[in-house]
Design a protein. Structure first.
Length: 360
């Protein structure tokens, strides 16, 4: 499954830090101060400072699928529950149980939004879902029940937007207090993934990438499983393993095994990067490409990655083996720019030459 990585930097040689959760990682969350929250499949949550010092450890009831910070508290989905923890020491402040698996979680300035879903083994499908509006003190303010599963949940225009699946297909927009203000529910295919913020786009099961008006921005050959957006550029992964990047000036494609995580990354020597995690059923890998030309510039081999988190200064990935890798922009650029001293530095020099070539 590996692309030809000969001559490229091995990312394991230039990490800012590597830490151990002690169980497979399910969720990684970088905070604005570069500290990092990491949650696991069995409920362990650890919080490290930006320097890599362990601040606290706690245990939730089950797999941690999402985390969000609001002031001095951390809110997490864990199994059937939404849990509030103190950011200072990790102590649980409150916990409420939802109806079904707690899947996603975001926060507006007014409250929390969480999604839950009930899966029926006999029917091999989700039979009931809900969007919960919860106060920061743990009170359920509103519950929007629906037959469709909310596959995505993102902040949008001071409120929240969710992409929904069968039978209606489309999206729902909520204001910051949890009231529905708009919806689209007559698309031909379920919404699988989406971006948030002020200009969302939606990836559908039929391979189309759409804006809120329904305009098709790109048509892929199979279902879109992941999408990320930066200004006017998009990077899209489809079920077949193909990744396509496009903006008004360029378009490139990368083929490979199934994409399990995808993100824009920080710039390296003034060039934006795309971080792609793949898994072929037995082996995984993280690949870093330049956004401008799709050049393969770095790799983390033989790692099964479940989560990627990004900021302007840091990148972090969480792995099946319980390790979390963190890269710092300044350190990585310095390592790339170091002169070659011996054969072990060949990969770094090759990466530097390729980035310089992009300037021409």
């Amino acid at each position: 499954m590996r692309e030809n990585a000969s001559g490229f930097m091995d990312l394991s040689s230039c990490t800012w830090m590597v830490r151990e959760l002690g169980e497979p990682i399910s969720c990684v969350h970088l905070l604005d101060d570069a500290s990092i929250l990491v949650g696991g499949w069995d409920g362990c949550i650890k919080y490290w400072s930006d320097e890599g010092d362990l601040i606290w450890t706690t245990m939730a009831s089950n797999r941690v699928s999402a985390m969000v910070r609001n002031q001095d508290h951390v809110y997490a989905t864990s199994g059937l529950d939404v849990v509030c923890l103190s950011l200072l020491d990790g102590q649980e402040q409150w916990s409420i149980a939802l109806e079904g698996s707690a899947d996603s979680l975001v926060a507006t300035e007014a409250c929390l939004f969480a999604t839950s879903s009930v899966y029926d083994i006999e029917h091999n499908d989700f039979i009931e879902s809900a969007i919960w509006v919860i106060s920061f003190q743990g009170e359920v303010l509103k519950t929007h029940r629906m037959a469709e599963r909310p596959w995505t949940l993102s902040t949008y225009d001071n409120g929240v937007i969710t992409g929904i699946g069968r039978p209606l297909n489309g999206y729902i927009i909520f204001d910051k207090n949890g009231d529905i203000v708009d919806r689209e529910d007559d698309w031909d295919s379920p919404t699988i993934c989406a971006t948030g913020q002020n200009s969302p786009v939606f990836g559908l099961a039929d391979g189309s990438l759409r804006d809120p008006s329904g305009t098709i921005l790109k048509k892929m050959s199979s279902a879109i499983t992941d999408v990320d957006q930066f200004d006017e550029s998009y990077v899209v992964a489809e079920e077949s393993g193909r990744v396509e990047y496009f903006d008004p000036n360029r378009d490139w494609v990368s083929d490979g095994s199934k994409v399990v995580a995808l993100s824009h990354g920080f710039t390296i020597q003034d060039y934006r990067t795309i971080w792609i995690a793949r898994w072929n059923g037995s082996q995984g890998e993280l690949n870093v490409r330049s956004a401008d030309a799709g050049e393969f510039v770095a790799s983390l081999p033989k790692k099964r990655i479940h989560s990627i988190a990004s900021s302007n200064a840091r990148m972090a990935v969480g792995c099946e083996n319980g390790q979390v890798y963190v890269w710092d922009k300044v350190l990585l650029e310095r390592r790339i720019g170091q002169p070659v001293e011996d054969q072990s530095d060949v990969s770094r020099n090759e990466m530097l030459k390729r980035l310089r070539a992009l300037r021409k």
